[in-house]
Design a protein around this ligand. Structure first.
Ligand code: UTP
Length: 410
């Protein structure tokens, strides 16, 4: 039995969101129950953060964090590879595909992974990722558990697509889907938008919610039972990335860090990537818009830029360190977005300009809560082809060019 109307009203009143029940009397029984259930499941406390938005973004003292660079990796490649392959064969490494995002910039309503980037044949984003992971499966002769995070907005479409295509050759027992949590979307005053008379506008709660959602959906039980000690999380949109890369795994094991971060050398001081660093002595990431002139021009002892390595959303986390994180709350990020909503007249509106806030947790804040991080340099042209936009920078076009350059047929 869910909450009653009175309990729902009280919960909403605590956060000034009573307007959510404005049309309650017009609803049929099923709609009433759906709305009450949604009110029960949502954490409205996030909306209160709009009032002290500026405070949320405060950073500590930033200093450089040394990366393991290509020459050192080349020198130890075979030793790291051996270590990594052993860990994979022992079943200690799992992979987590973060595919819960909305991919709004790409402009398709379908999940990003089902986007066809082929030119003369069909080549899907999901396919590219799985084909890359399959190379490691073949190299090690061991199957790697692949956890796929979706959201309420794209779950069915993702599962159907991958199931119909037989997971592009991946063994189905090793593929596990789970949904991330949703957060309400609000106007600039923190009032949540309604999508219809019985539905609050929600969006996925950011890519930092993945481990909490793995816990709440029972995925962590699979992790525990399988003896997985490391989880390699990766974004859906980098079609060149190496997943469960044995050399990377081996390096992180060798350095005994809580997390490894694949990084690329920045192509310009003001490139729009988050930069790995220390913040108050702990590993952290400064976003490009937080990078001051002073940090941008800082040099290390070799004369190289001191903040020269950008993260590509490919991290290897130690599972036992993640369990420790669950006790702490991640900071909240407020992001300005275009939020579809129902207006006063009851019309559904898809705004062309941003009209409010979404509330997100980000993976980069998890890094800051850990003790140690190994930034691991990879060759950008070989491992970084993100698809964010249809054309221009980080686009379908630029990714296609990089794939062709790497010998992938499209
Ligand atoms: P982005 O930050 O590029 O966001 O996600 P997005 O939602 O996919 O795209 P835009 O901004 O709307 O165009 C980086 C990675 O994090 C995942 C995405 O699926 C992508 O792999 N992500 C993002 C989630 O899994 N959940 C989220 O709530 C947000």
């Amino acid at each position: 039995m869910g909450i009653t109307y009175k309990q729902a009203w009280e919960k909403l009143a605590e956060y000034g969101q009573e307007h959510v029940l404005r049309y309650y009397e017009d609803l049929n029984e099923e709609e009433k129950q759906a709305l009450l259930a949604q009110i029960e499941s949502i954490d409205f406390s996030v909306t209160a953060s709009c009032a002290h938005k500026e405070e949320l973004a405060k950073k500590g003292r930033i200093s450089p964090l040394k990366a393991m660079e290509l020459p050192e990796i080349t020198e130890n490649r075979e030793a790291y590879r051996k270590l990594g392959e052993e860990a994979i064969r022992a079943g200690k490494v799992g992979a987590v595909l973060l595919a819960g995002g909305m991919g709004t910039r790409l402009g398709s309503d379908a999940p990003k992974g089902v986007y066809n980037i082929g030119l003369t044949k069909e080549v899907y984003i999901f396919e590219r990722l799985i084909v890359n992971l399959l190379e490691v499966v073949r190299e090690t002769d061991a199957w790697i558990h692949l956890f796929v995070m979706t959201s309420d907005k794209n779950h069915e479409a993702t599962v159907t697509f991958l199931t119909e295509r037989h997971f592009f050759g991946y063994r189905s027992e090793y593929v596990h889907f789970f949904r991330q949590d949703m957060a309400p979307a609000a106007d600039y005053n923190g009032k949540v938008y309604m999508e219809s008379k019985y539905k609050i506008s929600t969006s996925p709660n950011g890519n930092g919610g993945w481990y909490i959602s793995m816990k709440s959906t029972g995925m962590s039980d699979i992790v525990r039972e399988a003896g997985i000690e490391w989880l390699n999380i990766f974004a859906v949109d980098n079609v060149l990335q190496r997943i469960a890369d044995p050399v990377f795994v081996g390096a992180v094991l060798h350095e005994n860090c809580d997390v490894g971060a694949k990084v690329v050398r920045k192509n310009a001081p003001d490139e729009k990537v988050g930069v790995i660093c220390l913040e108050d002595g702990r590993p952290s990431i400064v976003e490009y818009y937080e990078l001051t002139e002073e940090l941008m021009s800082a040099r290390d002892e070799k004369g190289d830029p001191a903040y020269n390595f950008g993260v590509i959303l490919n991290y290897l986390f130690r599972v036992s360190a993640l369990d420790g994180l669950l006790r702490k709350k991640l900071p909240l990020h407020i992001v300005e977005k275009k939020i579809p909503y129902m207006d006063e007249q009851g019309n559904f509106v898809k705004p062309k300009e941003p009209n409010g806030y979404k509330f997100e947790n980000l993976v980069l804040d998890m890094i800051h809560q850990l003790e140690s991080c190994l930034p691991f340099e990879v060759v950008r042209e070989k491992e970084f082809a993100p698809i964010k936009n249809p054309t221009g920078i980080d686009s379908v076009e630029s990714a296609r060019a990089l794939l062709l350059q790497n010998g992938v047929e499209l």
